[in-house]
Design a protein around this ligand. Structure first.
Ligand code: NAD
Length: 257
């Protein structure tokens, strides 16, 4: 078994075929202990146990609603208790992956939808980061990876229109400003901006729509969740020590700067 030195906390990681679950599995495969935080506590614990067994790493799951400060603090406290008990190594990485889309034309959006999309994507990233950052600063080592989207860069798309694009752009601002503020603390903050990824988000699309999406991508296909997970674990690695405030575009060339 690999020596386990650090724990990776992943939010939004219980969805089958989701980016979060694939990322959690990849962290474990690379020797990290993993913490799964998602809305359903039982499911989070089950996914964590399965990953822990499969990869022979310490694993822990807990409920979190990333939009709720009290829930986030409770999840962080539960993780701290596990670390203090010696069941998990210290938290070294946080992947803020929980998110929801807003596939609704602008004039059909409501303030409620806007607030919800901002809350889960942007406020959630803020709250979970604020909860886990002090521990990383204490250890003088940490990797925060935030889930944005190509929608933030090129102005929406099929699945993420105005509220989603705005929320994912807020995450890019948060990432850069925090990276600057943390400076040489040992904690880096980066973002990933996937294009279309093959997850359940695509269930219900038509073959015509899928073909139209693929035509717009130079490599001619959507990304696998594994391709996104690889970027996230790279940004969490020792090798990524000189990357902070940056954005990795995992979009098959669909948006170039
Ligand atoms: N699939 C894509 O094409 C694509 C492209 C770019 C970015 N993204 C982003 O990647 C992330 C994962 O996307 P996915 O396609 O795997 O989606 P998904 O719907 O499969 O997974 C999202 C996860 O977030 C969790 N979640 C939702 N609200 C939450 C809350 N309030 N608190 C805690 N957890 C919550 C869900 O339970 C789920 O497990 C999202 O942030 C999404 O915006 C996806």
């Amino acid at each position: 078994m690999t020596t386990i030195q650090r724990t990776a906390v992943i939010t939004g990681a219980t969805s089958d075929r989701g980016i979060g679950m694939t990322t959690a599995r990849r962290y474990a495969r690379e020797g990290w202990a993993v913490v799964i935080l998602d809305l359903d506590g039982e499911k989070s614990a089950k996914v964590a146990a399965d990953i822990g067994n499969e990869f022979n790493v310490p694993a822990f799951g807990h409920a979190v609603n990333v939009t709720d400060e009290v829930s986030v603090a409770a999840a962080r406290d539960a993780v701290d208790t596990e670390v203090a008990a010696g069941n998990l190594p210290a938290v070294g990485a946080l992947a803020n992956i929980a998110g929801i889309t807003s596939p609704v034309p602008f004039l059909e959006t409501t303030l409620e939808l806007w607030n919800k999309v901002m809350a889960v994507n942007a406020t959630g990233t803020y709250l979970v980061t604020r909860a886990f950052l002090p521990g990383m600063l204490e250890n003088k080592w940490g990797r925060i990876v935030n889930m944005s989207s190509v929608s933030a860069q090129r102005g929406g798309g099929v699945f993420g229109k105005v509220p989603y694009s705005a929320a994912k752009a807020a995450i890019l601002g948060l990432t850069k400003a925090l990276a600057r503020e943390l400076g040489d603390s040992g904690v880096t903050v980066n973002a990933v901006t996937p294009g279309a990824v093959d997850t359940n988000i695509r269930v219900g699309t038509t073959p015509e729509l899928e073909a139209a999406i693929a035509r717009d991508i130079p490599v001619g296909r959507t990304a696998s969740t594994e391709e996104v997970a690889a970027a996230i674990t790279f940004l969490s690695s020792e090798d990524a020590s000189y990357l902070t405030g940056t954005t990795l575009d995992i979009n098959g060339g669909s948006h170039m700067h």
